[in-house]
Design a protein around this ligand. Structure first.
Ligand code: ADP
Ligand code: ZN
Ligand code: ZN
Length: 724
């Protein structure tokens, strides 16, 4: 008898195992490893994935598979292996890990059609629009130009996109269509990613870039780190490696932290590599994702650039993985499965024999320690790194902008130059404070100060969205002396208006760029010729290549150091170096100001000197002493629930059980965390040699305690956490 083992796509922990099914004769040809199947389970019919075709482990009569879902392709074998590895490494149920490798749209919604066939919910078709194609030479000079653009795109494109790229209008296109210079008709495009004009100018590599390409092209089995100062031309190095993979018929995967924040790198890859590049971002509709997915499977798209989930792109033959800006914490997913795309990339590259390159101007200590590194020490255009001045805020008058910075801003704007200011705090002010009695507006549900936002000012909770008005009189003592304390990005606007009245000011933070396209609009506005100030949260420091920036400043450089996290210094350091990287990109002499309350701190001092290797060596020494990564792995267990004593008791019990199970591991905690949405929380941190040796036993402890613990308590296990 033929049997298969199926993983049900159901999150219940009790169903987190493989189930045996018999394969009826009618389905024998259609069932493959990785197939999506409908199968009877606990009285219903659920979607599952065929994992293996072994002899059944169950001795009784087996239920029949109900159907093979043929409207979604099977999951390729190497991705199945990867999902199973994610499940083991991150101690997460397999169903949750299979979801990240399912084709778009195949997320568990099964429908039964009248004929009895099981199908997935149908995918939306592409958008109908006016499409231009078939350019023919002729017509006026203006027509020729449009024909030239359409010809160089090499495929049918939306009329609106063509108008944008060729700087023309729809009436002109219609006139051209009438003269037979191109074809215009309603339809659905096969590729719906926006077209980009080809850029065939390939720069000559600098000597350093050449050497880097050579080293990175050697022995593909060895993952490497490309440490290149900001502006050193890392992207050009990636482009050569991608071209090399392509010439051998292999695909390339380029991971970036948040593609919405750095659309330029996608544009640059598309412009240089042309068709075949898929830009994978969260703004794609399910239909667009499904079509991109099909192109990747078919091999007609061989380069994918995207954020962390793109690490699971279904390349049939993968030759290269690039993890750009590898220091960025957003590679870690903060919901289940809590995978780290950098770690998954490592595993995937090893499993599929792909070359692996991590790149950053401020690499993580983990990568510096573990990987051979190749360095680009100079900017590609020969420009110097900007001069950095540390401003001791203890010597300055109150206010977000110090005197030296104010003077530099005034001078820069007088010369029509640009400035970038980084303040990692949203809102008008950090908190509302009564100067008479010390009352601070706090969230009643989360035990954190409420942040002052907007005009008219409101008090908002950044954890749960709780919203209250700012009291005129202190609710505690009745005093009228309630003030805002600690400027945020919104408040900076006022401070700036006082320093550089009338200057063009552009704010960048997640409150300002909620709508799609708003970020691009604001960056375009900043690029316009003439003086301007770009200010905002760390968004302003992310990989933008902006001209004429001669002043940059981190307003609250020791802000990250207030977090009780062993990565706090690393964050403070990389913020300074990354922001400095945005200044002087075209060789303009630039100055970076670092405002700090403790200017002698290591992160500040070394950040100001761009002293990356020194910082990393010191950081590694400190981590070695404490056994922190890379000298060990951490697993964080967080218990949450509505009753403080129950949460505390459970965290204690979990900690004791882990200690008994893992006598060699070191435990920290339980430590009470602030409440979130009325849920009390308590965390235990476990440190040990290897992640797998921690994760599985901890998972088992947590599962064993399910029976004993009150139902409403939740326990989250996070392997290699980014926040500790
Ligand atoms: P990074 O990613 O290392 O910060 P980029 O790849 O963005 O640097 O390159 C910085 C700038 O230098 C870009 O404008 C790029 O076009 C340019 N550039 C890169 N390599 C070269 C080269 N070999 N010759 C001239 N310009 C280059
Ligand atoms: Zn008061
Ligand atoms: Zn709250």
């Amino acid at each position: 008898m033929r049997a298969v083992q199926v993983a049900p796509l159901v999150d219940a922990r009790a169903l987190d195992r493989l189930f045996d099914y018999a394969v009826p004769d009618g389905l024998a040809d259609a069932v493959r490893i990785g197939s999506l199947v409908a199968c009877p389970l606990r009285g219903g019919t659920i979607l599952g994935v065929v994992i293996s075709r072994d002899r059944p482990s169950y001795a009784g009569a087996l239920a029949d598979l109900a159907a093979v879902v043929t409207d979604a392709p099977p999951i390729p074998g190497h991705l199945l292996d990867l999902a199973r590895w994610v499940s083991r490494y991150y101690a997460t149920p397999l169903a949750a890990c299979l979801r990240v490798v399912l084709p778009p749209g195949a997320d568990g919604a099964l429908r039964r059609e009248p004929g009895g066939r099981w199908r997935l919910a149908p995918l939306p078709k592409g958008r109908r629009q006016l499409i231009a194609s078939e350019p023919v030479h002729g017509g006026t000079a203006r027509h020729q130009a449009v024909v030239g653009v359409l010809a160089s795109l090499g495929r049918p494109v939306g009329a609106a996109d063509l108008c944008r790229l060729a700087r023309t209008t729809l009436p002109t296109l219609r006139a051209m269509a009438e003269r037979g210079l191109l074809r215009l008709e309603e339809g659905v495009l096969e590729h719906d990613d926006p077209p980009v004009l080809h850029d065939r100018t390939i720069p000559t590599l600098t000597d350093e870039q050449r050497a880097a390409v050579d080293t990175l092209s050697a022995d593909p089995a060895k993952p490497r780190l490309l440490h290149g100062v900001t502006g050193s031309g890392k992207t050009e190095v990636y482009l050569r490696l991608i071209a090399d993979a392509r010439s051998r018929g292999l695909g390339s995967l380029v991971l970036v932290p948040e593609i919405a924040l750095t659309p330029q790198i996608g544009d640059r890859l598309v412009a240089r590599l042309g068709a075949g590049v898929v830009v994978w971002h969260s703004g794609l509709s399910v239909g667009e994702r499904a079509r991109a997915d099909a192109r990747i499977r078919a091999g007609t798209a061989d380069v994918v650039i995207g954020a962390r989930s793109a690490v699971f792109a279904p390349f049939p033959r993968l030759g290269l993985i690039v993890v750009d800006e590898e220091h960025d914490g957003s590679y870690k997913q903060d919901s289940s499965p809590r995978y780290d795309a950098r770690q998954v990339a490592y595993r995937r590259a090893a499993g599929e024999g792909a070359r692996l390159v991590y790149g950053s101007a401020t690499p993580r200590p983990e990568s510096w320690y573990a990987l051979e590194h190749v360095t680009l020490t100079r900017r590609a255009d020969g420009a110097a790194l900007p001069n950095v001045k540390v401003v001791d805020m203890r010597t300055q008058a109150a206010g977000a902008i110090s005197r030296p910075l104010a003077q530099a801003l005034q001078a820069a704007l007088a010369r029509d130059e640009k400035a970038i200011l980084l303040l990692n705090r949203r809102g008008l002010a950090r908190q509302a404070l009564c100067r008479n009695c010390g009352w601070i507006g706090r969230c009643p549900r989360c035990d954190v100060p409420l942040v002052v936002h907007g005009r008219p000012a409101r008090l908002l909770c950044h954890h749960c969205g709780y919203d209250a008005s700012v009291p005129n009189l202190c609710p505690s003592c009745g005093s009228a002396d309630v003030i805002r304390q600690g400027t945020g990005t919104q408040g900076l606007e006022e401070a700036l208006a006082a320093v550089v009245p009338g200057a063009r000011m552009i704010r960048l933070d997640s409150d300002a760029v909620v709508r799609r396209g708003e970020l691009e609009r604001r960056l375009r506005e900043f690029r316009r010729p003439g003086g301007a100030v770009l200010f905002g949260t760390q968004m302003v420091a992310k990989g933008h290549d902006l001209p004429d920036v001669t002043v940059a400043a981190v307003l609250d450089a020791d802000g990250p150091l207030q977090q009780p996290d062993f990565r706090a210094e690393e964050r403070a350091f990389s913020l300074i170096v990354q922001l400095a990287g945005r200044a002087g990109r075209r060789g303009e002499p630039a100055t970076v100001f670092v405002q700090a309350w403790e200017p002698d701190g290591r992160a500040i001092r070394l950040g100001a000197r761009h002293a990356v290797p020194d910082f990393l060596e010191g950081e590694l020494e400190r981590r070695r002493e404490h056994g922190f990564p890379p000298f060990g792995h951490l697993v964080r267990v967080v218990v949450d629930g509505s009753s403080r004593p129950r949460v505390q008791d459970e965290a204690r019990a979990v900690a004791d059980a882990i200690a008994a199970r893992l006598p060699d591991a070191r435990l920290f905690g339980p430590v009470a965390l602030h409440r979130v949405r009325e849920r009390h929380r308590s965390a235990v941190l476990v440190r040990g040699e290897r992640a797998v040796e921690l994760a599985l036993p901890i998972r088992e402890v947590v599962d064993e305690r399910t029976a004993d613990r009150p139902h409403e308590l939740r326990i989250v296990v996070d392997v290699d956490p980014q926040d500790t």
